[in-house]
Design a binder for this molecule. Structure first.
Ligand code: NDP
Ligand code: MG
Length: 384
């Protein structure tokens, strides 16, 4: 069997490093042929030395010389800059692309991969939030699979295996509730970035960890599910489940509910996307139901976490509305981490940005880029 040759966009991040650990565990099946980073040259160099890819890209051009010098005695092509990300995914040396960059920056390389006919394992949910219609249409047009890596969407995808044509009533999207699940409005007003960066169940990159604490991440996941599985957001129900054992579920028309359970470990959904439709050994640690004893479920509190409402409204509005929400989400997330705004200011600024940026009902790719830039500028100017 020929090895699957994988390009990892964002190999130095939380998903990227876990994806490399999956490849390390299954060297007979997978090979990392492209590795890319934003600016972490040291880790990219170490990864390139270990995995011997065909090419690496460092998006930050000021780090090019460092990477080039460090790999000069190896047969590894070294590129820099955002444009190179698009070129490397089109390479003949690539069968599948793991989209694991963070934010809007991942949209263009993901589209390039789909247009080049590469299967995409998608972690970078922002690409579907911003341009879900365009991205899913592109995958269809080029007859390439878009395989979910986000744990909830992987769970739903796993539940839907063998159910082609069977009517789905709704999707049950589970959420841990984050570190502030039991907080009051008064307590939420004073939370610090350090508190928000302490997720109770998952260890992830900084941006998604903050989005999880505000539940914007779950709002984004509703939109992501809407595009991946073709159900409107009204039929996607968020269920707070603090143990993060049930990764999501599908309710069918006959009353049956299928769920996927497992310990919280991203290596399983990453490996499932890489090996699909096969299941391989060594995914995640075994699940011990006796040690767990009980699982809990509750409704989300949308008064306390209005990002859920904002995301649902943006999805219902359609057009460029989710793109505006995403841009404002990225700006406010960074501003909160930098100590420039409070946690509770984030949804307020997102709502005000959404009210200010003109609506476009049928955006093109260029419209998304223009909307993203405008929404960032509007949101930044409100932060001051
Ligand atoms: P990280 O911040 O840990 O990693 C992001 C990766 O993208 C890094 O390799 C980073 O490089 C690179 N990168 C960032 N900005 C750019 C840029 N402008 N150009 C090129 N490369 C860039 O994020 P995560 O791994 O946590 O998340 C990645 C994606 O997966 C996100 O969309 C997130 O929502 C999604 N996801 C993550 C989960 C998780 O468990 N972490 C779970 C489900 C989804 P560098 O290291 O040099 O900065
Ligand atoms: Mg998720």
């Amino acid at each position: 069997m020929r090895k699957k040759r994988i390009a990892l966009l964002g190999s130095t991040g939380s998903i990227g490093t876990q994806a490399l650990s999956v490849i390390r565990r299954h060297p007979e099946r997978f090979e990392a042929t492209v590795l890319t980073a934003g600016s972490n040259a040291d880790l990219l160099i170490a990864q390139a030395i270990e995995f011997g890819p065909d090419a690496v890209v460092i998006a930050d051009e000021s780090r090019y010389a460092q990477v080039k010098d460090a790999l000069s005695d190896r047969p590894i092509k070294v590129y820099a800059g955002a444009e190179a990300l698009c070129q490397v995914v089109e390479s003949q040396q690539v069968d599948m692309v793991l989209a694991a960059m963070v934010g809007f920056a991942g949209l263009k390389p993901t589209l390039c991969a789909l247009r080049a006919g590469k299967a995409v394992a998608l972690a970078n949910k922002e690409t579907l939030v911003v341009a879900g219609e365009l991205v899913t249409a592109c995958a269809m047009e080029h007859h390439v699979p878009l395989l979910p890596v986000d744990s909830e969407h992987s769970a739903i995808f796993q539940c839907l295996q063998g159910e082609v044509g069977n009517p789905v009533e709704k999707l049950l999207l589970t959420a841990s509730g984050g570190p502030f699940r039991k907080f009051t409005a008064a307590q939420l007003a004073d939370v610090t970035p350090a508190q928000a960066l302490c997720h109770p169940q998952w260890s992830m990159g900084a941006k998604i960890t903050i989005d999880s604490a505000s539940m914007l991440n779950k709002g984004f996941e509703m939109i992501e599910a809407r595009w991946l599985f073709g159900l409107p957001v009204e039929r996607i129900e968020v269920v707070v489940h603090p143990e993060s054992i049930v990764h999501s579920a599908v309710a069918f028309a006959d009353g049956a509910v299928k769920a996927q359970l497992g310990v919280p470990d991203m290596c399983l959904p990453i490996q499932y996307a890489f090996a699909y439709p096969q299941r391989l050994a060594d995914g995640a640690a075994p699940l011990d139901l006796f040690a767990l004893g009980a699982l809990h479920f509750e409704r989300p509190n949308e008064h306390l976490f209005p990002c859920l409402t904002l995301a649902r409204e943006a999805s219902q509005r359609g057009g460029n509305a989710p793109c505006v929400l995403n841009a404002a989400g990225e700006v406010t997330n960074q501003a909160f981490r930098d100590g420039r705004i409070r946690f509770v200011d984030m949804p307020d600024l997102m709502a005000r940005t959404m009210a200010k940026v003109p609506f476009e009902a049928t955006p093109s790719l260029d419209t998304y880029f223009a909307t993203d830039a405008e929404a960032r500028a509007v949101c930044e100017s409100m932060i001051g």
